[in-house]
Design a protein around this ligand. Structure first.
Ligand code: HEM
Length: 113
């Protein structure tokens, strides 16, 4: 193998490495998704009214029910409103229990500050 072929190969490899390195550095920097951290007081703002998102909390987990038909306008059968912790209610008063939460997007957790 003559020296020109070898140097061509080396240059090609170097270019490939540079291009690949460049690509990877252009990849979107995904921030660590920690989710929302809201206190019970802050959760109250997400009542689904006047364009606000509708969030409910169960066992410290915040669920987004904005797009859940049965929670339209942040209200559930006129009995429950979003923006609250409904752990006890879903477990004791609802006919369905926590099973209805599967598939509902989780957006964060309840914290105490
Ligand atoms: C988190 C708190 C929740 C509470 C306290 C709650 C409570 C209740 C109650 C009391 C009923 C009976 C209403 C009536 O007979 O008038 C009901 C029914 C119903 N809820 Fe919920 N619910 C909650 C979450 C959800 C979620 C997240 C969904 C859907 C994703 C859902 C879907 C339904 C449906 C479809 C019914 C009709 C009956 C059935 O299919 O079991 N609920 N709920």
């Amino acid at each position: 193998m003559d020296i020109r072929r070898v140097s061509k190969m080396v240059i090609s490899i170097a270019v490939a490495v540079i291009i690949l390195a460049g690509c990877s550095s252009k990849a979107p920097e995904t921030p660590t998704v920690t989710g929302l951290e809201l206190t019970i007081e802050e959760l109250a703002e997400f009542d689904g009214k006047d364009g606000a998102k509708a969030y409910i909390a169960v066992d410290g987990v915040i669920y987004d029910v904005t797009d859940v038909r049965e929670w339209a306008g942040g209200s559930h059968w006129g009995k429950f409103t979003a923006g609250r912790d409904l752990t006890t209610e879903i477990k004791t008063l609802s006919p369905h229990g926590v099973s209805k939460l599967s598939g509902v997007p989780v957006v964060g957790k309840i914290v105490t500050k």
